[in-house]
Design a binder for this molecule. Structure first.
Ligand code: 5AD
Ligand code: SF4
Length: 485
């Protein structure tokens, strides 16, 4: 039965309050369905690989399944439906998924009614292989097709395989209120846009996730407000390229850009921290930096991937900026937000990369002083611009050696970063128990640095003040202190 859900905000709401009520109605509806024995308590199990966007999408999928009476479970032995949300970004990610699928398929031998579905970025490329040649899955759905999941599940329950890998220009799942899976109840991801129009030559994302589109700002605000009302203290706004967020407010005819959106979300409440990822160096404006510096609760941390430090390689990567442009953006960050921390994505051994190019990457890392980096060697992806135009001509040994040098440098930078923190006092959002000891908690500061400290009276979800006493490459340790005046 379709829940008649009108999400044309321009028709029904002039204030986000109204939308919020509407969304709460939606939650109520879901709760009813969850406890509704319609489907005899059928359960689904979902596993996610790849980027945060995929994990966030799994929560949208969970919401869609909940509406038709499926309950989430973390027990693979007790589930009726297994879903795997896949990633195509590097070859290794795809290999991992293939192994998991073989395992899921082996479970089917003893559980003939068990259904297995493939979601996400591998869907488009491998639909034929999974469904037809290998026959190891019952359904395949691309990132824009999740609303079709109930239909494909029903089809599969009747014994027919199905797929939907249609990529949309509009779908943002704006009206769907994600079911939070496995979170800490404190920190949530909120998708603000989908797809990517950038066409970096190494990247498969424009092919797997389609065109870029921004989500209705009111629905983003409603989701964040509701999270805060439910005890959440931190939202991370997600998009492949958040700086190109743009949305026309149909009521005022005003354009909302990413800086505007950041301020709107930050102004929900001073105790709601706002983070975001990922920023593209070509689009990150001073307006965003000034917005960040104007609000204490917008975290002073930017993930600003250079990919390479060589202008020649950047051109081949089709990043549309050069080294000088990138360094100018880094300088703007440190000028406008002196306490800001940066992190990076770096690829070593891209097509034609020389030793000099590699040295330039190391130099950009030093100059930018990243606190941490996600570092990869280049992995050619079928269908990308680079795969079609350039030979993958740096041998594996060199790729790996350069990657090792990049990692070594990053380790040094991280350690130095943390050494500077000793004696300083930070405001920490308490996130969870420390892994090592029951007597300790951990959480991050505004700059996204993880800090471990004695539990004492503190609780998960509190803001506490911690004076740093010790450090390692990945973590800071400290003691609770009074809030500084
Ligand atoms: N090979 C290696 N790394 C890649 N990335 C994207 N595509 C590739 C590829 N083909 C990296 C980029 C990107 C991050 C999410 O993954 O650094 O920013
Ligand atoms: Fe995310 Fe890209 Fe992997 Fe898709 S291919 S899951 S967008 S990292």
């Amino acid at each position: 039965m379709g829940h008649n859900h009108n999400h044309k905000h321009q028709d029904i709401a002039t204030e986000d309050k109204v939308i919020k009520e509407e969304l709460q109605g939606d939650v109520f509806f879901k709760e009813q369905m969850l406890t509704n024995p319609n489907r005899n308590g059928k359960k689904f199990y979902i596993e996610s690989y790849g980027c945060q966007m995929n994990f966030s999408d799994s929560e949208i999928v969970a919401a869609i399944l909940s509406e038709v009476g499926f309950e989430p479970t973390r027990d693979i032995d007790q589930t009726d439906l297994i879903l795997i949300n896949t990633c195509s970004i590097r070859e290794k990610a795809e290999e991992t998924v293939r192994k998991r699928l073989q395992y899921f398929n082996s479970l089917k031998r003893h559980r003939p009614h068990l259904l297995v579905g493939v979601l996400g970025c591998m869907a488009e490329r491998l639909k034929g292989a999974f469904l037809e040649q290998e026959k190891i899955v019952d359904m395949v759905l691309g990132p824009d097709a999740y609303r079709d999941l109930p239909r494909l599940v029903a089809t599969a329950e009747d014994g027919d395989k199905g797929m939907n890998v249609f990529l949309s220009r509009e779908e943002t799942y704006a009206d769907i209120n994600p079911v939070r899976l496995g979170g800490n109840g404190i920190s949530a991801f909120v998708t603000i846009m989908r797809g990517c129009d950038n066409m970096c030559s190494f990247c498969v994302v424009p092919f797997t996730r389609g065109r870029e589109r921004s989500r209705d700002a009111f629905s983003i605000l409603a989701e964040c407000s509701e999270l805060f009302a439910n005890g959440y203290k931190e939202v991370t706004l997600l998009g492949q390229n958040v700086d190109s967020y743009k949305w026309d407010n149909p009521e005022t005819n005003q354009k909302v850009d990413f800086a505007d959106l950041l301020l709107m979300v930050a102004d929900i409440h001073p105790d709601l921290r706002v983070r975001f990822t990922t920023s593209h160096p070509k689009d990150m404006t001073d307006k965003v930096l000034y917005a960040m510096s104007s609000r204490e609760n917008i975290c002073k941390y930017i993930h600003l991937p250079p990919q390479s430090g060589s202008s020649r390689i950047l051109k081949k990567m089709n990043r549309t900026y050069d080294r000088a442009w990138y360094m100018e953006r880094v300088e703007a960050v440190y000028r406008i937000i002196p306490d800001c921390v940066l992190s990076a994505d770096i690829i070593t051994g891209f097509c034609t990369e020389t030793e000099e190019d590699h040295q330039e990457t190391l130099e950009v890392m030093r100059l930018s002083n990243y606190y941490m980096s996600y570092m990869f060697y280049y992995s050619e992806r079928p269908g990308t611009l680079a795969a079609r135009k350039y030979a993958d001509d740096v041998d594996m040994e060199t790729k790996k050696r350069r990657l090792e040098e990049v990692i070594q440098l990053q380790n040094q930078l991280s350690l130095e970063h943390n050494r500077q923190e000793v004696g300083k006092i930070h405001k920490i959002l308490v996130e969870k128990d420390s892994k090592r000891s029951d007597l300790e908690l951990c959480g991050r500061n505004s700059q996204n640095k993880m800090v471990v400290f004695p539990r004492q009276e503190a609780k998960v979800g509190d803001y506490v003040w911690v004076k740093i006493t010790d450090f390692s490459q990945g973590t800071l340790r400290g003691e609770l202190v009074e809030k500084p005046v």
